[in-house]
Design a protein around this ligand. Structure first.
Ligand SMILES: [Fe+2]
Ligand SMILES: [Fe+2]
Length: 191
């Protein structure tokens, strides 16, 4: 199982909750991008049925999360925001090997798992920081689903690639994710 090397500091959740409307807009954008990224992966690797089947399901679940976050935003009288640049995603994308389709897919699977792991960790922190109620329950449930996604991407990687090769790349990319996320400022956004 993939384990993050950097724990989000305790100051993060209060910073996220300080402007919860901004956090929700960023969260919605992340769910929408996760759904689109899963569908892109399915199309790029249409010849790997286990991957396509899993990605179609992930895309549907992420879109469902997007709808749920959008509903919360609407209930609060807000609207979706403009897309902002996401340095976390940009840097992670930069860490992937893109020279050939085979190594690129392995890196994508591991990076997707890392993104799910970070989402899972931070949704858990939000859930913990919120008062009991509908929102707290929502973030608690999201934490559970993103933990399942985190495991799914690694499981697929291990079905396609040599386990030793997967574990080596997990080590390298997990270290890189920790460097990237620890250098980012804390604020009302997921990353
Ligand atoms: Fe999600
Ligand atoms: Fe997810």
């Amino acid at each position: 199982m993939l384990q993050l090397l950097y724990d989000t500091p305790p100051e993060w959740a209060p910073a996220a909750l300080a402007d919860f409307d901004a956090f929700l807009r960023d969260h919605a954008a992340n769910e929408r991008k996760a759904s689109a990224a899963a569908m892109r992966l399915a199309v790029h690797h249409h010849d790997i049925p286990i991957l396509v089947d899993a990605m179609v399901e992930v895309a549907r679940e992420e879109l469902e999360h997007f709808e749920q976050v959008y509903e919360v935003i609407r209930e609060r009288g807000g609207s979706l925001g403009q897309d902002c640049p996401d340095p976390y995603m940009t840097e992670l994308y930069g860490a992937m090997r893109k020279e050939n389709k085979t190594t690129f897919l392995l890196d994508r699977l591991i990076v997707f798992s890392l993104i799910e792991a970070r989402g899972c960790e931070r949704f858990g922190l939000v859930a913990k920081a919120l008062e009991p109620g509908k929102l707290k329950d929502f973030y608690t449930e999201l934490t559970r689903v993103e933990a399942r996604h985190r495991a799914l991407f690694v499981r697929i990687a291990r079905q396609i690639y040599d386990v030793k090769e997967v574990d080596e790349r997990i080590k390298t990319l997990t270290k890189r994710e920790a460097e990237i996320v620890s250098a980012l400022p804390l604020g009302p956004c997921l990353h």
